[in-house]
Ligand binder design. Sequence first.
Ligand SMILES: Cc1cc2nc3c(=O)[nH]c(=O)nc-3n(C[C@H](O)[C@H](O)[C@H](O)COP(=O)(O)OP(=O)(O)OC[C@H]3O[C@@H](n4cnc5c(N)ncnc54)[C@H](O)[C@@H]3O)c2cc1C
Length: 369
Amino acid sequence: MQKIAIIGGGAIGITLANYLDTTKYDVTLFDDESGQATKASAGIISPWLSKRRNKRWYRLARDGAAFFQKLVSDMKISEKIYAKNGTILLRKNGLQDLANLAEQRKKDAPEIGEINLLSAKQTADKLPLLAPQESLYISGGARLDGLLYLNHMKKLAKQKQVHLVQEKVTINKKNNLWQIKTKAQQFLADYIILAAGPNCKTLLDPLGYQVDLRPQKGQLIVFKTQQGQSKQWPVTMLDNEADLIPANDGQMIIGATHEDEAQWDLQPTSAAFEKLTSNSKDFLQTPEKLLENSFTYRVGTRAYTSDFAPFFGSLPNDPTLFVASGLGSSGLTTGPYIGYLLAEYLNKGNWSTEDYQKTLDNYIQPRSF
Ligand SMILES: Cc1cc2nc3c(=O)[nH]c(=O)nc-3n(C[C@H](O)[C@H](O)[C@H](O)COP(=O)(O)OP(=O)(O)OC[C@H]3O[C@@H](n4cnc5c(N)ncnc54)[C@H](O)[C@@H]3O)c2cc1C
C-alpha cells in the first residue's frame, strides 16, 4: 500500500485525510498545532457579495461554500459546528445595489438562497443585539466553528485508520521516498502533501524552493452575552472591518483583525480589543451590554500570497510533492473544498482546477543557486 504523509491538519489537511481512500493509501497526518488558523477561527461562509475582483478566487469560494452541503452530509456535521442561519449585510448606502448583485450571482450560486431587503425592525428581529437599521439578508450564509470542526474531523479520521501524529516535522527526499522527521522518529512516504499554512515556505526552503507566502496575525474577541439563545442568529457583516459571528451557548464573536506586521505573534492585544469594539459599537443596540461582558480572545496565523489567492496541487517537476496554502481570510470557505479536490485527485485522478487558480509556478519556484 502506498504511503501518504500530510503535513498540517487545518481545514485543508484534516478534510483531505477524511476523503482519502484508506483502502488504497496508508495515511499519516502530522500537525504540531502551533499557530493554526483553523483552530482560532469562527468563520463566515458567505463569499457571494465580496468586493474582490479575482474571478478565479470567486469561483473557488462559491464552489467551496456550495460544497458544505456534501461535507455536512458525508461527515455528519452537527449544527453546533456548521449552522446555516443566513447573513445580514449592513451598509449605510447601496443596499439595493447589493441586492441586485446577489440576484445576479444567484444565477450560478443558488446556495445564496432567499434575498430580502429588511426594514430596521426586521433586522433587529433577526439579531436582537443589533440596533434597528435597514439591511440585506441572504438565507444561504453560514458559520463554521473551526475548532469544533477540527475536533469532529479528527475523531472521524481516527475511525478511518488515519494515523495522527502531534509533532513538528521537517522533510527531505531520498531514494525517491519522502523522509518526515520528528524529534524522535523518522517516517517514510511515497507522497507528501504540505498543508502547513504559511509554514509551507519554511518546509520547502531546504528543498531549494522559493515560495510566495507570508504570515498574518488575526484576532477575534469572544463575548458571553446574557441571551442564552444564539442558535438561530445569522452572521452579520458590518459596514467596516468587523463582523459579528454568533457561536454556541449565547456567545458572540467580533472579528477579525488583519495584522501584517505582527506575522507569527500569537499574543492577544488590547489594541485589537479597542479596534474591534469601536468598529462594532455603532451597530449594536446597547453596546455596553455586550462589550462589558467577560470575553476571551482567539488568535491565529493566516497565510497570504502576493495576489491574495490560494494555490494547491502537485509540483510540475515532482508529482509526489503537493502543496496547498495561501488561503488568507477566506480559508474556512475554500479550505475544506481544496482538501476534497486533492483527495479526488489522489483517489481517482480527477483534476480540473484551472478555473480556480493560476498555475503553481506563480507561487513556487526552484531557487537558482
Ligand atoms: C482570526 C481568524 C478569523 C478567520 N475568519 C475566517 C472567516 O470568517 N471565514 C473564512 O472563510 N476564513 C476565515 N479565516 C481564515 C481561515 O481560518 C484560514 O484561511 C484556514 O483555516 C487555513 O487553513 P489551512 O488548512 O490552510 O491552515 P491552518 O489552519 O493554519 O493549518 C496548518 C497547520 O499546519 C501545522 N504546521 C505548520 N508547520 C508544521 C510542521 N513543520 N510540522 C507539523 N505541523 C505543522 C500548523 O500548526 C497548523 O496546525 C480566519 C482566520 C483567522 C486567523
